[in-house]
Design a protein around this ligand. Structure first.
Ligand code: PLP
Ligand code: TYF
Length: 400
C-alpha cells in the first residue's frame, strides 16, 4: 500500500543545506539556513548555555515529565522577557503562556487554536515571508492570504500596500507580524508605522499574531526588539505571540519556545491556557525539559543574563561587521554605479539581495554559494574572509 506514496519536495530552506553538503568544492559557502556561525564558519554554543548546563548537571536534575504547559520557571521567564518584567498584563494575570516546540511548534499551536476557536477566520501573511508560515497554516487547516510588504523598486517596505491589504481583510482576521528582523527581507516597520498598524488592526477588529524569532538580533537590545509587541499590549489589544530561542540563545536543536496569548482578563487567560493545553496533549503530550531549564537558568540569574546579552551583542555585532564589509566590497568591485546601500539598511541575520531564481542558481552552480532561491543570503553564515569572494559571485550573477 505504501507503494502509492509519492516523493515530497525538499524544504526550500533546509534543502539548501543538503545541496551544500553534496558539493565537493573547497570554495563552497552555505548562506542558506539562518544559523549563526563564527568567523571560522563553525556553529557556536554560547558560554551562558554551557554554564547553565553545568549548573543543571551539578544540581542533579531529573527527567520527569513536564506538565503539558511546560516548565513554570520557563513560562514565567519567557513572558517577562517578551513583555518586560514589570508588565501590568503579567501582574494582572492576563498572559497565558504555554511552552512550545520552538518557534515552529508554538506557531503551529497558535494555528491550531485559531482553527478550533475562530473557524473560518483568515490569517494574513506578509509577502514574502518565512517559507514555513504557509505550511503551518495549511496543515492546521487555517485559510490565509498575503498582504503586500516588500517593494522591490525601493528595496523597502510597501507600507501603503500593507495597510491597504490589512484594511481590506474581513474584520476579525489574524494579522501575522514579524516582531522584529523580518525574515527574509530584513526590513521592519518604523515605530511610527507600527503605531499606524496597531491603529488599523484595532479599528478593523483584527487580531495581531506576532512571530518573535529574533528578539535581541535586530537592534541588539532584547527590550527594543519587543517594542512592537509591547505597543499592542500597552494599548490593551489582545494578541498571540510565538517565541523562539533558536537564534538568540543558539538553542536550535533544543526546540524551545512558547506561545503566549495576552488577553483582557485573568479569567480569559486561564480558559485560553486550558484550551492550548488541550490542543498540545494529543499532538505531543508535553514538551522537552532541557532547553526550558537552560532558558530559565539564564534569564533567572542576573549574572548569566548579563553575560547572555553580551554574547548576543557579539553575535549581532559580527553580523553587522560582515554586512558592512560585503557592502564595501560590492560598492568597490561593481563599476556600474548601482546603489548597494540596501544591504546596510536591512537588519537581522539576512540580506535580501534581489537576485532572482536564475541568478541564485548561478550562485550555486558556478560559485558554490548556496542561498535560498528567493534571493536571501544568511549573513550569519558569512565570514569577513569570504566577503570579497561573495561580492564577486553576486556581481557576476547579477549582471548575467
Ligand atoms: N519564524 C521565523 C520568522 C523564523 O525565521 C524561524 C526560524 O528561525 C522560526 C519562526 C522558527 O524557528 P524554530 O522553530 O527553529 O524556532
Ligand atoms: O529562515 C531560516 O533560515 C531559519 C531557519 O523549516 C529555519 O528560520 C528554516 C527552515 C525551517 C526551520 C528553520
Amino acid at each position: 500500500k505504501f507503494e502509492a506514496v509519492t516523493m515530497a519536495p525538499p524544504d526550500p530552506i533546509l534543502g539548501v543545506s543538503e545541496a551544500f553538503r553534496a558539493d565537493t568544492s573547497d570554495a563552497k559557502l552555505n548562506l542558506g539556513v539562518g544559523a549563526y556561525r563564527t568567523e571560522e564558519l563553525q556553529p557556536l554554543v554560547l558560554n551562558v548555555v554551557k554554564k547553565a548546563e553545568k549548573k543543571m548537571l551539578e544540581s542533579g536534575e531529573n527527567k520527569e515529565y513536564l506538565p503539558i504547559e511546560g516548565l513554570a520557571a520557563f513560562n514565567k521567564a519567557t513572558a517577562e522577557l517578551l513583555l518586560g518584567a514589570d508588565s501590568p498584563a503579567i501582574k494582572e494575570g492576563r498572559v497565558a503562556t504555554v511552552q512550545g516546540l520552538s518557534g515552529t511548534g508554538s506557531l503551529r499551536l497558535g494555528a491550531a487554536f485559531i482553527q478550533r476557536y475562530f473557524p473560518g477566520a483568515k490569517v494574513l501573511i506578509s509577502s514574502p515571508t518565512w517559507g514555513n508560515h504557509k505550511n503551518i497554516f495549511n496543515d492546521a487547516g487555517v485559510p490565509w492570504s498575503e498582504y503586500r510588504y516588500f517593494e522591490p523598486k525601493t528595496v523597502g517596505l510597501d507600507f501603503e500596500g500593507m495597510m491597504a491589504d490589512i484594511k481590506d481583510a474581513p474584520s476579525g482576521s489574524f494579522i501575522l507580524l514579524h516582531g522584529c528582523a523580518h525574515n527574509p527581507t530584513g526590513i521592519d516597520p518604523t515605530p511610527e508605522q507600527w503605531e499606524k498598524i496597531a491603529d488599523l488592526i484595532e479599528e478593523k477588529g483584527h487580531m495581531a499574531f506576532f512571530d518573535v524569532a529574533y528578539q535581541g538580533f535586530a537592534s541588539g537590545s532584547l527590550d527594543q526588539d519587543a517594542d512592537s509587541v509591547r505597543l499592542f499590549v500597552k494599548r490593551g489589544l489582545e494578541i498571540l505571540v510565538a517565541q523562539s530561542y533558536s537564534k538568540n540563545l543558539g538553542l536550535y536543536a533544543e526546540r524551545i519556545g512558547a506561545i503566549n496569548a495576552v488577553v483582557h482578563s485573568s479569567d480569559v487567560a486561564v480558559r485560553v491556557k486550558s484550551q492550548l493545553k488541550r490542543l498540545a496533549r494529543p499532538m505531543y503530550s508535553n514538551p522537552p525539559v532541557h532547553g526550558a531549564k537552560i532558558v530559565a537558568n539564564v534569564v533567572g540569574d542576573a549574572a548569566l543574563f548579563d553575560e547572555w546579552r553580551a554574547e548576543m551583542e557579539m553575535m549581532a555585532g559580527r553580523i553587522k561587521t560582515v554586512r558592512q564589509r560585503l557592502y564595501d566590497d560590492l560598492s568597490t568591485k561593481d563599476k556600474s554605479g548601482k546603489d548597494w546601500s540596501f544591504v546596510l539598511k536591512q537588519i537581522g541575520m539576512f540580506s535580501f539581495t534581489g537576485l532572482n531564481r536564475a541568478q541564485s542558481d548561478n550562485m550555486s552552480d558556478k560559485w558554490h554559494v548556496y542561498m535560498t532561491k528567493d534571493g536571501r543570503i544568511s549573513l550569519a553564515g558569512l565570514s569577513l574572509a569570504k566577503c570579497s569572494y561573495l561580492a564577486d559571485a553576486i556581481i557576476d550573477s547579477y549582471y548575467n
